[in-house]
Design a protein around this ligand. Structure first.
Ligand code: WTA
Length: 652
């Protein structure tokens, strides 16, 4: 251990390992040079790097973007291409027999590999089935699928025929699913009989049936058989995939898409209202996903790469499917959970498939860290070369454990900061170019112009802390909120005019390293899942006994943040343990298990200003057990509410 490593974790610096500096795609000098060019000459830089994709007809215009007024973002706008072609067909001459996907089942007995040639056949057949159903270019197709290879086929098949996929995470409830189907007017859905997680089945088709009762526009449901579990059937609407695939061709010409044609919609939470359908388009997104995947993971041909996210989240889109497959990589898809059948499952999978690059979320690491070092040490992890982290700030303790116990102090950790809206990684180490500091996402990727602003909107120069904004467009950026461009402008470009506001707080140190401090809006991050407190509140008040609710996050050892709900019941009702239980179950049914409240705090009233605004700052402090530090409570309509809230901190 050197001197630095005895310092406080935040002060430690882990230099680039020598072999990385020598062999990596990008060393310190090259990073500086490429970064400089990417921001001083974006047209030249991206004009060159856009060529990493195969274009049917090349682009002439590279960047045409404005963060002002109506906000218009276009990249490579006169080029044409197809994402599925770029992820499959173009690899066939050289890589037909290379493995594209390794599938590892929830049950460790089940695993298999799919080569690029096989992927081509599966995706073409899937695409032909979609066409036979009547799906056309531009149609939205909702996927409610588990982590099986057919989900990858379905995504790439949509891309192949120019349909726009909208994946709804399999952990969302029927109600949440229905809202997303209706919002994007999706006439088509793809699901499977059941998913499997930790040995238990998840009734996906049954949930979709329930959702469909509220989706009058839904015309066809394609059902993949996975477990063989019994399902209800709606004649004329439901189609078994294996039946429909019997008589389709295994070749399907890729549709010629404009760079700015939509590729997918993905719903994500904000501080207000219902989730927004974030829209990504074809060219810029794919350039971004593939280039970040290659540089950040220092990806080398032949390596086995595993991103342990779910395809229902943006991480799965960009770093299980589009990025790695566009690069001709071998991407592992894992159906299960980190703790089944045992707490060593992640490490068992890494040893079994000789994984070289592993990418997961801090919440999983914190949960596994609690099990001690022994489950990790049971396995030979010598294949590992790079470790990644995503989804929430990684606390230095978890970082150090990951580095020491999993990476044996050999493997650089790339702590990648980004968002559904950014399409791919934004602030991240490049393993050969950046010395690492535990807890810092380090520096911006090529073309990312980061800045910090005070709440008044003044730019903060040098070291300091503020709100993180991006001052100019990058190719992977979301183009709009589906069907509501005003909401896009309002949400991201109105807080600070002409700047993209991330919603995150951030500190920049003397070395120009960025340290994300977490959301500054009413978005919480529970086990790496992004959620709007407003969504949980509207679920609670939808219960007939609830008069009012306010929801805040609070620090949680494993989840990062937990969900703390203040609930006022209708007049005359007495709170009981059973009612707390019922409300918890209610939120699970309304949104999904990921939104299960940790605490229900019944209170006769909420702290409000005289104009009726709930003072969340106070609610956050009380949830954090920080009673001494409540700030100014004199503007409250009834300051005595605070005392009774502190009194009632004993929660159910
Ligand atoms: C948080 C997930 C700190 C952040 C890719 C962001 C992070 C939100 C990191 C986006 C990180 C993501 N360090 N915080 N490395 N990565 N976040 O849209 O608050 O699900 O705004 O995208 O997660 O969540 P989303």
């Amino acid at each position: 251990m050197n001197d630095q490593q005895q310092a406080a974790p935040e002060q430690m610096v882990f230099p680039v390992p020598e072999d990385f500096a020598k062999a990596a795609k990008c060393d310190k000098a090259r990073y500086e040079e490429m970064y400089r060019r990417s921001v001083s000459d974006p047209d030249g830089f991206w004009g060159e790097h856009g060529k990493r994709l195969d274009w049917f007809s090349p682009y002439k215009t590279v960047k045409n973007t404005s963060f002002e007024n109506d906000v218009s973002i276009k990249w490579f706008e006169d080029g044409t291409l197809n994402a599925s072609y770029n992820c499959i067909d173009r690899h066939l001459p050289e890589k037909a027999n290379d493995v594209a996907l390794i599938w590892e089942g929830d049950n460790p007995a089940y695993h298999y590999s799919i080569t690029y040639q096989q992927l081509y056949i599966h995706v073409c057949r899937f695409a032909n089935v979609l066409k036979k159903m009547g799906v056309k270019k531009g149609d939205r197709v909702t996927l409610y699928m588990p982590m099986i290879v057919e989900t990858a086929y379905a995504m790439l098949a949509c891309a192949r025929i120019g349909a726009v996929h909208s994946i709804v995470f399999g952990g969302f409830s029927a109600e949440a699913l229905a809202g997303r189907i209706n919002d994007c007017k999706s006439e088509w859905a793809i699901t499977c009989d059941e998913g499997v997680r930790a040995g238990k089945s998840v009734p996906l088709k049954a949930n979709l049936d329930k959702a469909a009762e509220h989706c009058p526009g839904l015309k066809g449901v394609l059902v993949v058989r996975h477990t063989g579990g019994a399902v209800d059937w709606v004649e004329g609407r439901d189609i078994w995939y294996h039946d429909a695939a019997l008589d389709v061709s295994s070749a399907c010409e890729p549709e010629v898409m404009n760079a700015e044609d939509p590729l997918f919609i993905l719903y994500t939470s904000g501080s207000t209202g219902q989730p927004k359908g974030v829209l990504h388009t074809t060219g810029g997104y794919l350039v971004w996903a593939s280039m970040t995947h290659e540089y950040v993971f220092d990806y080398r041909p032949g390596e086995v790469y595993w991103c342990a996210a779910d395809v229902g989240w943006v991480t799965g889109h960009s770093y299980i499917i589009y990025g790695p497959l566009a690069n001709g990589a071998t991407s592992l898809m894992f159906e299960g959970v980190p703790t089944y059948p045992d707490v060593d499952r992640f490490w068992r999978v890494i040893a079994k498939h000789k994984v070289n690059i592993f990418y997961t979320a801090p919440t999983a690491l914190r949960a596994l860290m609690r099990e001690g070092d022994e489950p990790v040490e049971r396995h030979d992890l010598s294949s590992l070369r790079i470790l990644g982290s995503v989804g929430e700030p990684i606390n230095p303790e978890a970082w150090l454990w990951y580095h020491r116990v999993v990476g044996k102090e050999r493997c650089p950790i790339v702590d990648t900061w980004w968002q559904t809206e950014t399409g791919g990684m934004m602030i991240t180490p490049l393993p050969g170019a950046m010395d690492l500091k535990p807890g810092s996402a380090t520096k911006p990727f090529f073309g990312v112009q980061t800045a910090l602003v005070s709440s008044e909107g003044d730019l903060i120069e040098g070291a300091g802390e503020g709100n993180l904004v991006i001052t100019d467009s990058w190719p992977g950026q979301a183009r709009t909120v589906y069907g509501d461009h005003d909401r896009f402008i309002q949400t991201y470009f109105s807080t600070y005019k002409g700047l993209y506001f991330t919603g995150d707080g951030c500190r920049r140190d003397e070395d120009g390293y960025y340290w994300i401090t977490g959301r500054v809006d009413d978005v919480i991050n529970v086990s790496g899942h992004r959620m709007g407190t407003a969504e949980v509140e509207s679920a609670l008040v939808a219960h007939q006994l609830v008069a009012e609710a306010a929801v805040v996050g609070f620090p949680h050892d494993v989840k990062g943040q937990g969900i703390y709900c203040y609930v006022t019941l209708n007049a005359g009702l007495e709170p009981t343990d059973n009612l707390a239980k019922e409300l918890r179950q209610w939120v699970r049914t309304e949104i999904g298990p990921i939104a299960t409240p940790d605490h229900i705090h019944f209170t006769p009233a909420l702290p409000k200003t005289r104009s009726g605004k709930i003072m969340r700052r106070i609610l956050r402090k009380i949830a954090e057990n920080e009673f001494g530090n409540l700030g100014d409570t004199s503007t409250l309509a009834d300051p005595s509410v605070v005392d009774s809230l502190i009194e009632g901190r004993k929660v159910r």
